[in-house]
Design a protein around this ligand. Structure first.
Ligand code: NAD
Length: 483
């Protein structure tokens, strides 16, 4: 078995500015959540170093915007091929710093690389229009141009995919960018940026700023006025702060924020299929996904069967270090996350829920938490209102699908909803009443590079992926012609 230290060996120090990797006075530790071992020390950039990275992407912006669409497309395609050629290396590194099992890390590499392929294809297909004005007095040309230097801030849960989803679209659109990875998982982003340089990305088109002072550095970048676009994936609380910081210089914000996904199982659903789906919608990434099923709403007629089957499946999972090929569930990201899970479970039990399996932290090194199932969770319990972000299932019973939809919509979040039903027409009718940016019918996975991923309400602004994802990095220009 590869150790986390071996997987992290040879990754650069962190800060990337204009093709160089300057040293910083301070560094911070990256640890393996399965053992608590320090696996790397990474540059802790200051505000001044962040601003130097900004000078560089501003200097590189006109040159990159002037590259041909075909050149950008081919560079992204080379990046896709290079990531896939190093799939195993990336998977081990993701698993080492984030903790997910290797099989999940491989799936993330495939998913993350797909954005490079998708946007290599989109890069060469610009949208534009030629219109006549209704009064016949002029012609209207509508074209798109890169929005300018971007700041991309990513979370720790998908260290590669959350970076490529933003970087591929920004580069395809002709924008230069600074990426600021999460301090828990900076190594994958650093390795990916190095790979982009190797496949020919010019210096300054993408810089990496690793820092523990996210608020100070990102605040200074947004206040400077030269960043024209912010794309953020992370918690709703930080997203709200950043939207406010975009105000003074009118920076365009794109936000992929938290979720509180309902997973609805109607009385006529195929229960075997719904349980398979529940395992994916809950346990992908050990529940540490914004799309993770958070509230299981199950029709009374099938609740006992569904709960018993799901409990059996959860109890049978093998918990262990992600780098051990036998592990199906890795550690959660850190001790704070693990304590939060324990508190959510206790709160639900106090509120009247019944513990069916798990419920506790596991002894030993590493931040492991038992796969857990609770039934009879009241809608008022904390785990029904907050993002659980871990391997914990809470099941609530309903009697009518209308009631399930009302419960599902009773949240400030609106990222994704799952609906299992035996009747396609009825499912489609109800899908339209679910206030979510994405709805999955009899399916547990919505993430797809070809689809517009994103939420409504307090789950976000804008979309990533699909044909729509590049629009966030483009400004419209209308040219009037007197003809
Ligand atoms: P987080 O909000 O704590 O951190 C996200 C990023 O923001 C990190 O890089 C962090 O360093 C940075 N950050 C923190 N404070 C900042 C500040 N004041 N200014 C600038 N940057 C700051 O979130 P997290 O714990 O890393 O990730 C988990 C959250 O991300 C969950 O809520 C999850 O739902 C969400 N998420 C959403 C999506 C989506 O597509 N909607 C995808 C993955 C994760």
């Amino acid at each position: 078995m590869t150790t986390a230290t071996e997987a992290a060996a040879g990754v650069r120090g962190g800060l990337l500015v204009h093709g160089d990797w300057p040293a910083t006075e301070a560094t911070f530790d990256v640890t393996d959540p399965a053992t608590g071992t320090v696996i790397a020390r990474v540059a802790d950039a200051t505000v001044e170093q962040g601003l130097a990275a900004l000078d560089s992407i501003v200097a590189a912006a006109p040159g990159w915007a002037a590259t041909t669409l075909r050149d950008r497309a081919e560079l992204l395609r080379r990046a896709f091929d290079a990531v896939m050629a190093r799939r195993a290396e990336f998977a081990h590194l993701i698993s080492a710093e984030m903790g997910k099992p290797l099989a999940e890390a491989r799936a993330e590499v495939d998913y993350g690389a797909e954005f490079l392929r998708w946007y290599s294809e989109e890069a060469a297909r610009p949208k534009g229009e030629y219109r006549r004005s209704p009064d016949g007095g002029s012609r209207l040309l509508v074209s798109r141009r890169p929005v300018g230097p971007c700041l991309l801030i990513t979370p720790w849960n998908f260290p590669l995919a959350m970076a490529t989803r933003k970087i591929a679209a920004a580069l395809a659109a002709g924008c230069t960018a600074i990426v600021k990875p999460a301090p828990q998982t900076p190594l994958t982003t650093i390795k990916f940026a190095e790979l982009l340089l190797e496949v020919g990305l010019p210096p300054g088109v993408l810089n990496v700023v690793t820092t523990l002072d996210a608020a100070g550095v990102c605040g200074a970048l947004l206040a400077d006025g030269r960043i024209r676009k912010l794309s953020f994936t992370g918690s709703t609380a930080v997203g709200r702060l950043l939207i406010a910081q975009c105000g003074p210089k009118v920076v365009r914000p794109s936000m992929e924020l938290g979720g509180n996904a309902p997973f609805i199982v109607d009385a006529d659903a195929d229960i075997g299929r719904a349980v398979d789906g529940a395992m994916v919608a809950k346990m992908r990434n050990m529940g540490e996904a914004c799309t993770a099923a958070n509230r299981f709403l199950v029709h009374r007629d099938v609740a006992e069967e569904f709960g018993a089957l799901l409990t059996g499946r959860m109890a049978a999972l093998t918990v262990g270090p992600g780098l051990d090929p036998a592990s199906q569930v890795g550690p959660v990201i850190d001790e704070a996350a693990r304590q939060r899970l324990g508190a959510l479970v206790e709160d639900a039990i106090e509120a009247g829920a019944r513990l069916r399996t798990g419920g506790r932290a596991l002894d030993g090194p590493g931040t492991f938490f038992q796969p857990t199932v609770l039934t009879e969770v009241p809608p008022g319990a904390r785990m029904s209102r907050e993002e659980i972000f871990g391997p914990v299932v809470g099941i609530t019973v309903f009697d009518e699908l209308d009631e399930a939809v009302r419960l599902a919509n009773d949240t400030e979040y609106g990222l994704v909803a799952y609906l299992y039903s035996g009747n396609a027409e009825r499912a489609l009718r109800y899908a339209e009443r679910l206030d979510f940016g994405m709805v999955a019918i009899n399916r547990a996975l919505v993430s797809n590079a070809a689809a517009p991923f994103g939420g409504i309400k307090q789950s976000g602004l804008g979309r990533e992926g699909g044909r729509e994802g590049i629009d966030d990095y483009l400004d419209l220009q209308y040219v009037a012609i007197d003809a």
